[in-house]
Write a protein that binds this ligand. Structure first.
Ligand code: 6R9
Length: 649
């Protein structure tokens, strides 16, 4: 089989920050002497007090501890805003493109941003928020989301963004999970021409044990909202009462910058904690090198700030670099499937970064939605969130990039803070479907799945782990360091375990094959099977549930739920719909099962463990590949499930 590779063009290479030789020598330096390498590259941000110690890391299970630049001090907001005032006060920091293309876009300069962040910071203070306090941000993609994040950073408060698509219950759990004192939200949020009642959701979320939590409300639409007297405040009213001048707090490099909840294989989502210094260095450096960002470029990452991609590549990375970053309130298919390309044309976007699921959905709508637009400003394309199938890669390359733009397929995670395996566009020949090679300082290894032995041959296949720390690595799980160690450092001793499987080819390129744990990747968003199961069994008519992923044309993976009903309950179509809506209500639309199959019994081992391997195969219609079923307590349940599957039961 011949493999197509796409080397950087001579033209791109000539202008790029990093070419192949520079990559090789810098990569070598970064792993030979990480202290010297990172001491040098950490200079890209402004330190109030310079660090004297670079790295202090222990990956040993039981003693895991990760520190970078630990005695240095800085302020992240000052790095993302203030320090650019001298040279680029009038440059646009954020281009905001609204949901409705008929509404005006905004161009927010660094000077504007400085003023708004200062005001928001003073409003937070006036509401009693102090250094170290947690603030939950539950906002749509509006500029106030950026102000809120940077205002927290300015006063040393820790933000925890909850994606605006999450339900009141999911929001409440996250507010509780970090004892937040304040929620920042909006009245209602337009998206794709529809509106979400965010403030109503907050009211529901805060009804119970969090009923003293304050709420700062941005007026986005002017829709009527229910007010909680003495606890709710309008942003536009509070902003008028304070000055725009708020001196940045001097923070330690290791002080948490934010918490971001993400799904794992067991239990409820965990609060991933990121640092101030190391995170910012890594987000900024990857933004510049992976996307080959140059001064004056217009950078667009289509993610939502509710996900880590939005944190690192809409806000912190680009703004630390003094970039112009585009923030889009809408969806790719509104008013039609040409919206992304209309926005690229309108704002002359230079680097465009999106998810494979969006590309697959748009590809299905036909090329006519792309072809009418002038995409000549595009220099580079990127993807993130899940493995990209070669068809989508080729479409992106040929139709969107018109064969001119390198594609960077960036592998990373909420936990990693920034890109770990990715092409550098002026250096790396790409292969459709491969995330290619490690970023500076990152040492990936492939381990044998069972034994955990490191495979030293170049060609390898197994689980993906990382040998040593990088500055953007998460530091702990909020309030639960044991869970942090157990999740990432217990199974494969001495390594950070990613939860992904992978293959390394003869050229040393990495091909991520997907999660090896019980995490499903739905449209690039992580969903724990345990979360969906616990939502299902919380329904009065459900006795037991097991959830697995299965291949889905657009979403990558869909959610397949096997449900055992309480005795006497009828497995009707209405109940199927009721259960789907129930999960949607409990967690949010992204968790809604795509398929629910009635399961009179679930395949279990004699010790009572559900054999998901078998359920996955049945969901994939691979009845011949079930493997050994002899260890099941009752092998006949499998035949019954297959029969139901074939009858679409
Ligand atoms: C940034 C982000 C992380 C999981 C990760 C992996 C999958 C992300 C990928 C990719 C193949 C890529 N993933 N990027 N798989 N190729 N380029 O997505 O973070 O939401 O935490 O998801 O996403 O399975 O483990 P997060």
């Amino acid at each position: 089989m011949t493999e197509t590779t796409y080397p950087p063009s001579a033209d791109f290479k000539a202008k790029a920050h990093i070419d192949a030789d520079t990559y090789a020598s810098m990569y070598k330096a970064s792993v030979d002497d990480p202290d010297a390498f990172w001491a040098d590259h950490a200079k890209r941000i402004d330190w109030i007090k310079p660090f004297t110690k670079v790295k202090d890391v222990n990956f040993k299970f039981g003693e895991v501890s990760i520190k970078w630049f630990e005695d240095g001090t800085l302020n992240v907001a000052a790095n993302c805003v203030d320090r650019h005032l001298a040279t680029r006060a009038d440059q646009t920091a954020i281009i905001w493109e609204p949901d409705d293309p008929k509404d005006d876009a905004l161009h927010i300069t660094y000077r504007d941003l400085h003023e708004q962040v200062g005001r928001m910071a003073n409003v937070l203070k006036s509401l009693g928020i102090k250094r170290g306090d947690r603030v939950v941000i539950y906002l749509p993609m509006i500029p106030e989301a950026a102000y809120a994040m940077l205002a927290c950073a300015r006063i040393g408060a820790i933000h925890s963004i909850v994606f605006a698509g999450f339900s009141p219950d999911a929001l409440g759990a996250r507010v509780n999970g970090c004892d937040a004192k304040l929620v920042i939200t909006a009245d209602t949020a337009p998206r794709g021409g529809r509106k979400t009642k965010l403030k109503d959701n907050v009211n529901q979320a805060l009804l119970h044990d969090t009923d003293d939590v304050k709420c700062l409300v941005v007026r986005r639409t002017g829709d009527q909202v229910a007010w909680r007297r003495d606890l709710d405040f309008w942003w536009h009213e509070e902003a008028e009462k304070v000055s725009a001048d708020c001196p940045p707090e001097e923070m330690n490099a290791e002080d948490p910058l934010f918490i971001l909840y993400t799904s794992g294989s067991t239990g409820q989502p965990k609060g991933v904690v990121h640092s101030s210094g190391g995170y910012l260095v890594f987000a900024a450096m990857t933004q510049q090198y992976t996307f080959d960002y140059h001064d004056g470029d217009i950078f667009w990452c289509t993610a939502d700030v509710g996900w880590v991609t939005g944190h690192s590549y809409i806000i912190y990375g680009p703004l630390a670099n003094g970039a112009t970053t585009l923030m889009f309130e809408g969806v790719p298919t509104y008013p039609d499937a040409g919206r992304f390309w209309a926005v690229c044309e309108k704002h002359r976007v230079n680097q465009f970064y999106t998810a494979p699921t969006a590309l697959r959905a748009l590809m299905g709508q036909g090329n006519s939605f792309v072809e009418g637009y002038d995409l000549s400003s595009l220099k580079l394309l990127g993807t993130v969130g899940e493995p990209i199938n070669p068809e989508a890669w080729n479409w992106y390359n040929d139709v969107v990039g018109q064969g001119r733009c390198p594609i960077v397929d960036t592998w990373w995670q909420t936990e990693t803070g920034g890109h770990l395996i990715t092409p550098l566009p002026g250096a790396t020949a790409t292969k459709p479907g491969s995330a290619t090679l490690p970023f500076f300082g990152v040492q990936p290894v492939v381990l044998e799945t069972e034994s955990g032995k490191e495979i030293t041959e170049t060609e390898a296949s197994g689980v993906l782990a990382i040998k040593d720390s990088w500055p953007g690595q998460m530091r702990t799980v909020w309030g639960d360091h044991d869970r942090f160690q157990a999740t990432y450092f217990q199974q494969y001793k001495g390594y950070y375990f990613s939860g992904d499987g992978c293959r390394r080819d003869a050229d040393g390129y990495y091909w991520i094959t997907g999660r090896v744990d019980d995490v499903i990747n739905v449209s690039g968003h992580r969903m724990g099977t345990a979360e969906v199961e616990s939502a299902l069994v919380a329904h009065a008519k459900v006795a037991e549930a097991a959830v697995v992923g299965y291949p889905h044309d657009i979403k990558g993976q869909g959610i397949y739920a096997y449900v055992t009903l309480m005795t006497g309950e009828d497995p009707t179509e209405e109940l199927r719909k009721e259960l789907s809506d129930w999960v949607r209500h409990e967690i949010g639309p992204i968790a809604k099962p795509d398929l629910i199959q009635w399961a009179p019994g679930l395949p279990k081992t004699r010790s009572g463990k559900i054999m998901r391997r078998i359920l996955r195969k049945i969901a994939e219609n691979e009845f011949d590949a079930l493997g050994d079923t002899s260890t099941l307590a009752d092998p006949s349940v499998v035949d019954q499930l297959i029969e139901n599957r074939m009858n679409k039961g």
